[in-house]
Design a protein around this ligand. Sequence first.
Ligand code: BGC
Length: 793
Amino acid sequence: MTQSESNFETFYKKAVELVGRMTLEEKAGLTSGLDFWHTKGVERLDVEPVMVTDGPHGLRKARTDSAEMGLENSVPATCFPTAATLGSTWDPELLERVGVALGEETAANDVAVLLGPGVNMKRSPLCGRNFEYFSEDPLVAGEASTALINGIQSQGVGTSLKHFAANSQETDRLRVDELIDERTLREIYLPAFERAVRKAQPWTVMCSYNKINGVYASENPWLLTQVLRDDWGYQGMVVSDWGAVSERVPGLRAGLDLEMPASGGVTDAQIVEAVRTGELDESVLDQAAVRVLTVILRGHATLDAPDCISEYDVDAHHALAREAAAAGTVLLRNEVGADEIPALPLSTDSFSAETPLVLVGEFARTPRYQGAGSSQIVPTQLDNALEALQQQLGTAAVKFCPGYQLAEAQGKSGQELPPEELRAQAVDAARGQTAVLLVGLPQISESEGYDRTTMAIPAEQVELIHEVSAVATRTVVVLVGGSAMDVAQWHEEVDALAVAWLGGQAGGAAIADVLLGLEAPTGHLAESLPLALEHLPAQLNFPGIHSQVIYGEGVFIGYRGLDAMGQSVAYPFGHGLTYTDFALENLQISAVGGETIQAKSLVSASDSAGQDDVVATVRATLRNVGARAGSQVVQLYLGRSEDSAVARAPRELRAFTKVTLEAGESQKLEFSVTQRDLSYWDAVSQAWVVESGEYEISLGFSSRDLRQQTLVSVVAPAVIYPLSWESTYAEWLDHPLGGTLLRTEEPKFVKGMEADQSTYEIMRHIPMNRLAVFPGVGFGHDRLRELLAKSAK
Ligand code: BGC
């Protein structure tokens, strides 16, 4: 048992004992909040409330009246990079350190639970809240959230893994019904939650606002109990998203323990009444009260301890935020000039008052560093790229031009000028010089609560890029924004392009670090940059109509869809350059126990040990073949190389590692391929299924830059589906007993079915309950029942 498990056990037992002494009203009271940010307590038993607060990339603790939402009225806290940046680091070790810092700030502010991280999948680049999520891929999001949770919880405070589940858009989020088949849920929308639950046991899980297949997440027993607890072994508490409760009693029964914020006692009374009338079993309430109380007791154990942290190192956290922002910056393009030197990094000594670095873009002075909504932090300090570059190069060596208007910069010098003039000023300054442009999404275009309507950045900014790149000797563009942006119209005109996402309070300084090569950009895309929105199959059903969205694309989101449709992309998932080059050599695969990979055919959703069974080991060597130290993210993709029983993406990310090497250095890498990695979710068997046949294993530096590939054979026993009243003739023949039974016991029927090839081709698809009564060949329904019974033996 780990320390945190034993800690959980201790408080859980104490909670059971205390709940045993509570009245019905006290127990019901515990299952809803006291106000916006506190749980209730039970004074009679000396149980004090605890505070929970946003999240996810910093602490938004309301400064004064806790009954107010106060988005901008919170105590200063380090605004770490948003999840869009953190996800692009592909660096769990770094994220765990960020988690530790977040945990310290949470405890120092007397808060028991930080409401994050968010691991919803980026189904569409337009989701207004993508900046709060890590990736379009469940493995990347699962690893990132696991690391953050482990870091935060190591400080004795809790997290809230959110928004469970399928909260893939903001449009109509409080009532939209997400219609998703079970395979897609199990393979795409749930695994990031599953990984974090299994590997980090977050203290709380926050259910989402939306419905899934007709049932609100907040009242969904399949989601909150069967999947979360029975399949994944979750022990903690489920809290509603703020205002996600529709019907409280069914919610409690489904597994929603705590309703937030306060309900003014209304739903507590409903619960009491339901227990009194026998509509709700009191043990269901007891269980929820125990789970809520466990969180409260764990919180107090940390926060009331004499050695509980009361201050944190503000500067050290700022420095960590800067490190993480640089690590999550993705260098997409870096062309070599006529001088054979790549555009980046900029050389620090080539700028002066006579030949300045021309820094264009209001974002350099007025940084966009976080998204809008509940995650909005009041930062402890705020860097901007302009000052950071001036500090490094000298004020006179940086010529700043705002370049475009920005609503959030109103009143700053130059912003009063019309767009054409701002642009002309920048173009004049950039002529014959090196220009760095900061462009991207203005604050209003992305937020919690609504979605974007286009992937484009503002047209004036695009025009600015065209005009500046036409006259500058070198043009470097840095994109800021929390989600995939359209670069197709202009990226080939510029010499270098990096995306910094929303990099938190030190993001501006991190941009300077990366441009000047003080830090290498080591991020990789955790979301594809398509050439056009309509290349993504999900866009056909986004954001739905009449409060319904059909996830018609199934598992084909992000690179899975782009690869399956053979679409060219601007920059593929997993892509990221740095200031050195790498080679990957010596791919070797060893199957556990022989030549071919031996797998089981079926593993249940709750058998995590069976799913984690290692079936093969993949080895390779990574070599830094460039002239300076650097990091590379090596990605392992797996694909089925022949027809599958289900539609599969050509390849899916199954493992990755970020490696830092000195120039010339090499390192041996080893990855495990597990039973689950080979599987698809089969809704009929309700299990993870492996098919026999050939699979392709690839190692590379992006989903489209595969450096080493090989085919492997997998052997797994065939899945036997029991025959039913409606099974077809072909299904009977494929069944291990069915075919023999028909051939030996009903040879005349078989002869009729297979009279000639074309008869057979038609007949084989017909259910046996119809064939059994076909005139001339049929043997009747009673006989079919007998054969069915025999086939089941
Ligand atoms: C958001 C959650 C947040 C909560 C509390 C909701 O609107 O969806 O992510 O934690 O508010 O602020």
